[in-house]
Design a protein around this ligand. Structure first.
Ligand code: UDP
Ligand code: MG
Length: 319
């Protein structure tokens, strides 16, 4: 029996890319010896993305859709697809054709050779992004590698192949905040990364704004590390030890006859500095506390509005 591939594609306002993507993927996959299915996850699109997917589902019996109840974000859309996919391997890729389908045969070959995870990373800085975005992206990867326990290649992408046994592990993960690139590294297994040069977006605009990206970056780092809390503790320790050393210095200066009481401005500066530092540290602690609060609610990662996958609704909304 042929092995089956499930290709999961999160889509948010991608109406003009769907039919082109399906035809490109069919072209690349027809030359391989696998059965394959496409699972589009419509992440609360405001345009006609869902209709476009439905048109493809009418044309091809192996095109399926999961329509989420609202926009949950790409990682959550991916989780919805992964929870439902049943292929021997699953491939996740973007709907905008930035992830080149011609890499698929190479990824499949590596899988057949025994790798459980074949992921991709940008060969060089994406030629289609602006200077400040490159800088922010570099900072993000440096930051997450420095203060968390996983190491991500600069420009690691969501274009990847996962063996069924990896998918089974990912399905078990019950986390409020999901950052797939990190999770996939974290699960381990036999992994290999291949470089790729991203294509230009087929049509439309990338939907992540600067603030959405910044929020995502901080959230991702916090989801993978409690080291900011240790940094806060270290900072507190450093300043309290320094303050302790300062007291004997004042006393000695007083008895030695120096005027230890001058320096009003520097006193105010120091008080303001420590006030700020305490708020910062409280903020860090509070953010983790907030995440615990959200996690304890055990809300589902996503809600499905409708799907044409042949399972009962209850099966699908188990999460
Ligand atoms: N996407 C999504 N939900 C969102 C934002 C994006 O499912 O809230 C999808 C989008 O349709 C695309 C992929 O995630 O298939 C990558 O999005 P985009 O091209 O905007 O980001 P970039 O290429 O900058 O990573
Ligand atoms: Mg894109």
């Amino acid at each position: 029996m042929k092995k089956k591939l499930s290709i999961i594609i999160p889509a948010y306002n991608e109406e003009k890319n769907i039919s082109f993507l399906v035809s490109e993927l069919i072209k690349s996959l027809n030359s391989t010896d696998y059965d394959f299915e496409f699972i589009f996850v419509n992440d609360g699109s405001k345009d006609h993305t869902l209709n476009e997917i439905k048109v493809q589902a009418e044309l091809h019996s192996n095109v399926f859709y999961i329509d989420l109840s609202r926009n949950f974000g790409k990682d959550y859309a991916l989780k919805a697809g992964i929870d439902i996919a049943s292929g021997d391997a699953i491939i996740t890729m973007d709907a905008d054709l930035q992830h080149p389908p011609y890499l698929l045969p190479k990824m499949l070959k590596l899988w057949e050779e025994g790798y459980d995870i074949v992921y991709t990373y940008r060969e060089e800085a994406n030629p289609h992004v602006k200077g400040y975005q490159k800088l922010a992206s570099n900072l993000f990867y440096k930051g997450i590698n420095a203060i968390s326990d996983i190491t991500l290649e600069n420009g690691i992408s969501d274009f990847r192949l996962l063996d069924q046994k990896v998918v089974n592990e990912l399905k078990q993960i019950d986390e409020y905040e999901i950052f797939f690139r990190g999770l996939v590294k974290w699960v381990g297994f036999l992994q290999i990364g291949i470089p790729y040069t991203p294509a230009k977006r087929h049509t439309g605009e990338a939907s992540y704004s600067f603030f959405k990206l910044a929020k995502l970056a901080i959230g991702s780092i916090m989801a993978f590390s409690v080291r900011p809390l240790y940094i806060a503790t270290g900072l507190g320790l450093f300043f309290s030890v320094s303050a302790l050393l300062y007291i004997p210095y004042i006393l000695i200066s007083y008895f030695a006859g120096y005027d230890a009481l001058s320096g009003w401005a520097s006193l105010i500066a120091t008080v303001a500095f420590f006030g700020g530092l305490q708020l910062l540290v409280l903020g860090i602690i509070g953010s983790y506390l907030g995440k615990i609060f959200l996690q304890t609610k055990h809300r589902p990662n996503y809600i499905i509005r409708s799907t044409n996958l042949g399972k009962t609704k209850n099966d699908l909304i188990r999460v």
